[in-house]
Write a protein that binds this ligand. Structure first.
Ligand code: URA
Length: 282
């Protein structure tokens, strides 16, 4: 038989539950999702046959809803672990001298940035001049476009995702990374991904896609499909720097983002509805 509770009893039960979670060390509640997820449609894309659509997993969705009465400034011990592991790896990267030409020319290494618990990781090619100067990936003009793709296109915050590159040092003159340099940096890439444990990866441009997936296929053939890196679904799209030079390709990049969003169960942001064939940044 179902028990009936009045609102006073319900409030007391809820408070008791919250207090028991607090005693167990939980400091933040995942944000409730109001929007209905968009289903990936296997007949529209090759998604269904390669990787099933996955919903956002609870717990890593958002950590910015503090429980009542708990100090929101106190770090969550679990989150601190991944951040600490990334910080340790970043310190190793900073000491790396495997690529003499890159070491000679770098101002600093550029490790990665974002939420250590991100469900989605973006992988670019290598730091450019701005990134080399500031020590953070995607902070120049291409970075601004990437931020727009994440925020205006996907309805996420840049700080929700994790952003990294194939290389952690700037190639002189922004030349394409050499295969040996990508191979030298690969152990760091793999460890970084193993720490963040993303549920989804988005490769930006041919260098990222080809190196991560171990293929020489052109980006025009890699985009628009779902690939896999160690069982993690991977969507490839054009590099934001290419999109700045080739605005006509933005429509295809927007299709790729929609494919990614359908996998992630993310709704199309209100501001983007009805703009299906247009880019995420206009
Ligand atoms: N281009 C990249 O691929 N990575 C960056 O960090 C900046 C520009």
């Amino acid at each position: 038989m179902r028990q009936q509770h009045n609102s006073g009893q319900l409030a007391r039960m809820l408070r008791q539950q919250l207090e028991s979670w607090q005693r167990a060390g939980l400091t933040h509640l995942p944000k409730a999702r109001s929007a209905r997820p968009v289903e990936a449609n296997p007949s529209d894309s090759p998604v269904g046959s390669v990787c099933p659509p996955a919903a956002l997993s609870p717990g890593s969705e958002s950590r910015d809803s503090p429980l009542p009465g708990k100090d929101p400034g106190r770090p969550n011990p679990v989150q601190e672990d991944r951040a600490a592991a990334l910080a340790r790896l970043a310190a190793q990267v900073a000491r790396c001298r495997r690529c003499p030409e890159l070491v000679r020319n770098r101002t600093q290494t550029v490790f990665g940035t974002g939420n250590p618990y991100a469900q989605l990781v973006f992988i670019g090619e290598a730091p450019g001049a701005d990134e080399d100067r500031l020590g953070e990936p995607f902070v120049g003009a291409a970075g601004q476009l990437l931020t727009d793709m994440i925020e205006k296109g996907m309805g996420l915050r840049r700080s929700d995702v994790y952003i990294m590159n194939i290389l952690r040092c700037r190639p002189p003159g922004n030349r394409t990374p050499l295969p040996q340099e990508a191979e030298n940096c690969r152990p760091f890439l793999e460890k970084q991904l193993a720490i963040v444990q993303p549920k989804f990866i988005c490769c930006l441009g041919a260098c990222a896609a080809q190196n991560l997936l171990g293929t020489t296929e052109p980006i025009s053939r890699l985009r628009g499909k779902v690939h896999s890196y160690q069982g993690i679904p991977v969507v490839c799209t054009y590099h934001p720097a290419y999109l700045l030079r080739t605005p006509a390709a933005k429509a295809q990049a927007w299709q790729d983002l929609q494919l990614l969003m359908s996998l992630m169960g993310l709704p199309i942001p209100e501001s983007r509805r009805g703009k299906r064939s247009r880019s995420s940044s206009d």
